[in-house]
Design a protein around this ligand. Sequence first.
Ligand code: FAD
Length: 428
Amino acid sequence: MKKVLIIGGGFAGLSAAVFLAKENFKVTLIEASPNLGGRARSFYSHSIGENVDNGQHILMGCYSSTLKFLKTINALNNFERFKNLEVPFIEKGGRQTFLKVRSFFYPLNLVAALSRFNAVPIRKRIKLFIPFFSLLSPNESSAPNLSSWLISLKQDSELQKAFWNVLSVGAMNTTPEFSDVKVFKNVLSQMFLRGNKGFNFILPKKGLTEAYVLPARDFIISRGGKILLSERVLSVEKTGQKIAKVITNKAEYSDFNFVVSSIPFPYANKIFGTEFYPGLADNFHYSPILNLHVKLKSNPLTCKFAALIDSKIHWVFNHGNYITLVTSAAENLISKSKEELKEILLEELQNYIPLFYKELVEGMEIIKEKRATFVPSANLERLRKKIQSPFENLILSGDWTYAGLPATIESAVLSGIRSAETILTRKS
Ligand SMILES: Cc1cc2nc3c(=O)[nH]c(=O)nc-3n(C[C@H](O)[C@H](O)[C@H](O)COP(=O)(O)OP(=O)(O)OC[C@H]3O[C@@H](n4cnc5c(N)ncnc54)[C@H](O)[C@@H]3O)c2cc1C
């Protein structure tokens, strides 16, 4: 039986381990923290009185690798798919406009939805189609970033604020000035050019740990795999072009055929050596995400989620007893104290949801994820395409290794599944 050592227990490491264990490989997964899940996990919050996520995560219908992973570990039922896209966009003052896509006559249903999108004045609405049509053209854009691309396609600041920023800041976790055009076009194509299912929202029905981490853990263990927690890989020793030994803070491992690295770039860079990634370290920049979970005495929200236009809060999610306010690309807020942030975000919420007032709040949990995702800039994208494993028996995975997509669950799982497939095709 072939043995594989997997480093890192986020979506990438867990999916690699699941698909290798399914093919009868003997897997050992080493995770530095006491819990699995990496950047997508949940924990018990005393302020909220239940399990909450380290950040609200949205899956999309186009996440085909993730859905395959969830099906394999029998966890699809832990997620709810919203079949008809119906997103309330809320303006300051509380006016709501729906982006509502009916389920029939694709792609005419998309055209109809954009034509009815009242957040943009009717005379400008027709212009929203231009970037979508450009997806069908084989010509590559020469625009240096997403902002210039949108301007070149006649998307003025009103169109950007009311529509494109909601999509792009959410998907790329950075402002359009720093986003690569090709990556964003790829995201748009996957969401909107794959029929009605691509743009379905899929949300966990329970905390992420319960929803996918525990089912993945149980699957791996039931197939004879081992999971080692609170154990950090510190370095490797090599013989020729192969890793001969993996050294952790607790033990040394040399009995393996392959190693899968499923850790973020800065850790991989430290452990496997910088010379294999020329220029990469200088171009890896990170962008934070803020989440404020707010427990309420009574909940004024009637929708499951909503996008806020031109706000410090980008999305609001409704969990019944509590709501979650999400700020992506939160560079301007992240250094403020937790108390300051609670004040700022609640005041902002009041501006958008007039029925909300601070006296409704029973408890709050704020989570600052300072290095939530890397910034998918044009420079980084050029270098990501060239990433190669520095050792013959080492396969690299993790959201950063899969060029063409931003840092998402889907890029992490895709990379995990690809590493399992790579090992399956190799002899030793
Ligand atoms: C707040 C927030 C909101 C997000 N929202 C969304 C969303 O809505 N939709 C979406 O698709 N994506 C979202 N993302 C991005 C998504 O969570 C990540 O892209 C994905 O989880 C990355 O998975 P990964 O396995 O590549 O890395 P990670 O989850 O970072 O896993 C790496 C693991 O390796 C471990 N590790 C590191 N070093 C070592 C070592 N030396 N030895 C052993 N173990 C080590 C870490 O502890 C960690 O558990 C969000 C991220 C955050 C933070």
